[in-house]
Design a protein around this ligand. Structure first.
Ligand code: SF4
Length: 457
């Protein structure tokens, strides 16, 4: 591993070649430009898809521009979440305090937009100057009669995962405040799907076809009143486990609601998710509806998947995601397309998740935790990957190196969840890997992977 910082080596592993001991869940190394997002970003991505709430970022305007407007979380109703409100702290507030500005901004915005609730995000500078945002939130809540929830997400105080936790703590204050008398015994909450390109609605439709009531979607296309009633559901179904397991555990402790982890990425995992929920309820009609749904959907998309597999067989992929749980499903999805994963990593994976990744991966696969662009670029070149599956920060790496890219993060505008998502994923991967444009880029022209002659000719 030449050119890898010594202090980073414990977070990189090649499967099968050395004893497995993956260092993870630690602060990013100073001097390594991490692909990770900050604590505030972690809170924001989780909470913003609550579409009828006001989201106010207490900090400099730059924080407000970070990560939101490129995100694809849609709504079937209100679109207040698309607004990026900021208190726009300036030098004056940094010296004399920003509480007055926060109070005035909150009052003005609540009067103008009449939201169902308000979330107030603390950023780095607020943590430094020490504004008491909790006190301001309490005051405005009493004056305006809606929940005004502080989100303690100062960017510097940990990793993106700490931001998820701060978001869950804020949501937990809403849960348990609504009427649950009319909720069915066959009911769930969908946790950790962010309705990117309408994905939550695709999943909700599956459950409704199975005969299951969806009480709250936390947080894709989320509504404050639904979240208030979420404690009435009989099961929490958690997709993005990195962000939502904390909330699921709190609800299990407080309300006795069990939770299961699922993934809606790929044919295998989507089918398993639906069957797992059906099995939990042990209801014959639900099980028969589930079998019918899975059979219909799988037979509809398989001819296309087979067609893609013919050309994609043997192609190589690199994967880098926020949480590690999604990488399991992506490796399986790529296998169903005949492809091999040669690099896989995440910003916030746990020891157990990396252990499972090691078992799932082919020998020689590079596993990496909290990496940076220099490392990723080296690994992609070394493994001669044909496509990078990642998010907005991985896209330039792929394009600069002259390989295909598939956006599997929150910025995309196409659904990649559920059965229809597998069809879209296959189309995206196929279109990118098989594009004739790659024959003109330096990687192929240089002859990487021994393919130069026939391609350049
Ligand atoms: S909270 Fe801090 S780290 Fe996050 S965007 Fe704002 S200034 Fe940057």
């Amino acid at each position: 591993m030449a050119d890898i910082l010594d202090t980073r080596k414990a977070q990189i592993h090649r499967t099968g070649l050395e004893p497995f001991e993956m260092a993870c869940e630690k602060n990013s190394l100073a001097g390594s430009v991490s692909q990770r997002a900050c604590v505030f970003c972690g809170s924001r991505v989780v909470l913003y898809p609550i579409v009828d709430a006001l989201h106010l970022i207490h900090g400099p305007v730059g924080c407000a521009s970070y990560t939101w407007d490129i995100r694809g979380a849609t709504s079937t109703g209100p679109r207040l979440h698309r607004m990026s409100f900021s208190t726009d702290l300036q030098e004056k507030e940094v010296i004399f305090g920003g509480e007055k500005k926060l109070y005035e901004s909150l009052v003005e915005l609540i009067d103008a937009y009449e939201p169902k609730a308000a979330f107030v995000y603390s950023t780095c500078i607020v943590g430094i100057i020490g504004d008491d945002i909790e006190a301001i939130c309490r005051r405005v809540e009493a004056e305006k009669g809606i929940p005004v929830l502080p989100v303690m997400s100062e960017g510097f105080k940990g990793t993106k995962k700490d931001g998820y936790k701060a978001a869950c703590d804020a949501i937990a204050k809403l849960v348990g405040t609504g009427d649950i008398s009319d909720i069915s015994d066959l009911s769930i909450n969908i946790l950790g799907d962010f309705n990117i390109a309408g994905e939550t609605n695709i999943i909700r439709e599956y459950y409704e076809k199975m005969g299951i009531e969806v009480v709250a979607t936390v947080t894709g296309d989320g509504r404050v009143d639904q979240i208030r009633k979420a404690h009435g559901a009989k099961l929490n179904v958690v997709q993005c486990s990195g962000s939502m397991t904390h909330l699921a555990k709190m609800m299990e402790e407080k309300y006795g609601i069990p939770y299961i982890r699922v993934s809606y990425v790929g044919i295998e995992d989507t089918s398993k998710a639906l069957y797992d929920v059906a099995e939990y309820f042990g209801n014959d009609e639900v099980m028969s509806n589930t079998s019918k749904l899975v059979e219909e959907e799988v037979s509809r998309i398989m001819p296309f998947v087979r067609k893609c597999r013919k050309d994609l067989k043997g192609k190589k992929a690199a994967i880098y995601t926020g949480g590690a749980f999604k990488t399991f499903s992506l490796i399986r999805s790529l296998r169903s397309l005949g492809m091999k994963t040669v690099i896989v990593g995440s910003q916030t994976g746990s020891k157990e998740e990396y252990e499972y990744l090691r078992e799932l991966s082919d020998e020689g696969t590079i596993l990496v935790d909290d990496t940076n662009p220099v490392e990723l670029s080296k690994f992609v070149q070394e493994k001669d990957a044909d496509i990078f599956i990642g998010g907005v920060k991985e896209r330039p790496i792929a394009f600069k190196l002259g390989i295909g890219f598939c956006d599997h993060n929150h910025e995309r505008k196409i659904p990649l969840a559920g059965f229809i998502g597998m069809e879209t994923f296959a189309r995206e991967v196929y279109g990118s890997v098989m594009s004739p444009v790659w024959q003109f880029v330096p990687r192929k022209a240089r002859g990487a992977g021994g393919k130069s002659e026939e391609v350049v000719a």
